[in-house]
Design a protein. Structure first.
Length: 153
């Protein structure tokens, strides 16, 4: 009984082995397909490496732009603080004249100065793309205010 079982098992294995054999052409076609797939994977890996390099370079550019914008903000803030100090001195001088017209003008100039400061508080919301327009607007506002104060003298 055991012998018969083992003979059946060996026979089945031999039959299965001969039934699974493929033609020589099928094996070569499969090898070619595998090689093509491997080449495609290598190409895709190279593309990924190139894209990672591009992303890294772009991140460096973005970081540099952020640093430049932060420096520009600090420079503008410093310049406006200096202009504010000079303007306040001129307004105080105008107010010290003592006449009603000068005191009224000083009050109006301080209000305009405060409005300009409010514009400056929005500086943190500005991006690099609209920074130049913002800087120009602030500069124009301060220039006009300084001219008006000077004209009041």
């Amino acid at each position: 009984m055991r012998t018969m079982f083992w003979c059946s098992l060996v026979s089945a294995a031999l039959l299965a082995g001969t039934g699974c054999k493929k033609k020589e052409g099928d094996t070569e076609a499969a090898k070619t397909e595998v090689k093509k797939a491997q080449e495609e994977v290598r190409d895709q890996q190279k593309d990924v490496v190139d894209e990672k390099r591009d992303v890294t370079e772009a991140q460096k550019d973005v970081t540099a732009a952020k640093v430049d914008l932060a420096q520009a903000r600090a420079d503008l803030e410093k310049a406006v603080a200096e202009r504010t100090a000079k303007l306040d001195a001129r307004i105080d001088e105008l107010e010290r004249r003592g006449d009603a017209k000068s005191k009224e003008a000083a009050i109006k100039f301080r209000a305009r100065r405060d409005e300009a400061k409010v514009k400056m508080s929005a500086m943190g919301e500005r991006t690099e793309s609209n920074w130049d327009a913002f800087k120009s607007d602030v500069s124009t506002s301060w220039d006009q205010l300084e001219r008006d104060v000077d004209a009041a003298f």
